[in-house]
Design a protein around this ligand. Structure first.
Ligand code: HAM
Length: 415
């Protein structure tokens, strides 16, 4: 788990602001779910055979005996919220977005944290393929807006309840015949979840993977049609994508469309996906609702921040201080504190250095800020009830009454 220092927080804020702006443009509404949920929600929702449930959950027992888990992802909680608050009675689809910390017990490495931030979108109650394309487009737009270049979307279709079981069998029997050439994890996966082998990065499994039967050749008519439409929509909006028959994603609830977004040159490495998601048409029923189609995705905010820094995208770290308030002596300090508050109320961005007594060192700071005006409030001004305004560009100085200071400063500020 990592700290976020002020220098990085600017980036996190920028991702949140941009994500919020784009999500709201597409009519998503923000939600917040608790950080702790019943463990059962993820065991059922994310799936018993996933790495997340088998190896990566931070789980605990409460004093009352409840089994809880620090949320490893946002989709099952969003579905729980949708069901618990009767959102199936709202006009469908319900479009929700969220931002916050998530927790997975990962092997620490670049791009993989044990506490990380996601910005997620879920569209619940719509089966049309246009939603799949639009969800992918929204993430692409957010990343573009953040000035990240060379983005590439990888897409695949992993079938539905009709065609996947058949493909699973075909794949499992192929894998069994090659079983001695698989890594230990994949040997176990043949029985539990053979599709995950396609996602395996172990050297040993690559040759077996290369000749494995592909889902795309085993799709039923409806899935084929749905996927064709998704790709046509992506073509229509000119989004750069690539088919990846090995993209299966690490969560159990997906059906049909799955996607991940990378920067060119980093594609295919799980720890470099900037975001990902897909359709989950059976999850709502699995968690106790009616059969309801849905589509969503999440952005890995820490990875996006990292990519922005690598691309040397700079953040404006300095405050835009227009006025600097310099003071001298106890009386001057006293009056300055009041003037500072008056300026704050008038929404004028003002800098100060109340902890310094020397005028010289205060002026150095004013210079660093690049303030348009510097105000002086010393013993003399405090006694007279005035303040000296100095235009930093022209060097011109004028004394004004303290009670008129805000109005006089506003008059002299360049927009
Ligand atoms: P996910 O692929 O597990 O999907 O996570 C989405 C993104 O979160 C990843 O692409 C990655 O950028 C980031 N991420 C995941 N784990 C870590 C980590 N340990 N450290 C840093 N970043 C990480 C989901 O979580 C699904 N709930 C997405 C979704 C929403 N599908 C449908 N709706």
């Amino acid at each position: 788990m990592h700290d976020i220092l002020p220098i990085d927080y600017k980036y996190y804020e920028k991702v949140l602001e941009t994500g919020k702006e784009v999500a709201e443009f597409y009519n998503f509404q923000r939600i917040e779910t608790p950080i702790l949920e019943m463990s059962e929600l993820f065991e059922k929702g994310t799936g018993e055979t996933t790495d997340i449930v088998q190896k990566q959950m931070y789980s605990l027992k409460t004093r009352g005996g409840d089994a809880l888990t620090l949320r490893p992802e946002g989709t099952p909680p969003a579905v729980r919220l949708y069901l618990e608050h009767g959102m199936f009675n709202y006009p469908q689809p319900v479009k929700l977005w969220y931002y916050g910390p998530f927790f997975r017990y990962e092997k620490p490495q670049a791009g993989r944290y044990r506490q990380f931030w996601q910005m997620g979108l879920e569209v619940i109650g719509e089966k049309n393929s246009i939603i799949d394309a639009q969800t992918i487009q929204i993430y692409y737009n957010i990343l573009k807006e953040l000035k990240l270049n060379n983005l590439i979307v990888e897409v695949n279709c992993i079938g539905d309840q009709l065609c996947r079981p058949h493909y699973r069998k075909t794949l499992a029997s192929y894998l069994r015949s090659k079983d001695s050439n698989l890594c230990a994890d994949c040997k176990r996966r043949i029985k539990e979840n053979p599709l995950r082998i396609l996602d395996c990065k172990d050297e040993k499994c690559q040759a077996v993977k290369a000749h494995a039967p592909q889902m795309i050749d085993h799709l039923c008519e409806e899935c084929k049609h749905h996927f064709k439409e998704v790709l046509e929509y992506l073509d229509e909006i000119g989004l750069p994508y690539r088919l990846n028959p090995y993209l299966v994603r690490g969560l159990d609830y997906y059906t049909r469309t799955v996607f991940e977004i990378f920067q060119e040159g980093k594609e295919g490495q799980a720890q470099t996906a900037l975001g990902g998601g897909g359709r989950y048409d059976y999850l709502i029923k699995l968690l106790g609702g009616k059969e309801t189609p849905a589509m969503g995705g999440s952005l890995g905010v820490d990875r996006v921040v990292q990519a922005m820094k690598e691309a040397q995208i700079t953040m404006d770290n300095e405050k835009k201080v227009k006025v600097f308030l310099a003071q001298l002596g106890y009386l001057g300090k006293k009056k300055s504190l009041k003037l500072f508050e008056d300026l704050r109320r008038a929404n004028i961005q003002v800098g100060e250095s109340f902890d310094r007594d020397s005028l010289k060192s205060q002026l150095k700071i004013a210079d660093k800020y690049g303030a348009q005006l510097t105000l002086f409030l010393g013993q003399k001004e405090a006694l007279e009830g005035t303040v000296l305004i100095r235009n930093m560009e022209t060097g011109r100085q004028e004394t004004v009454k303290l009670e008129n200071a805000v109005v006089e400063i506003k008059k002299r500020l360049k927009k």
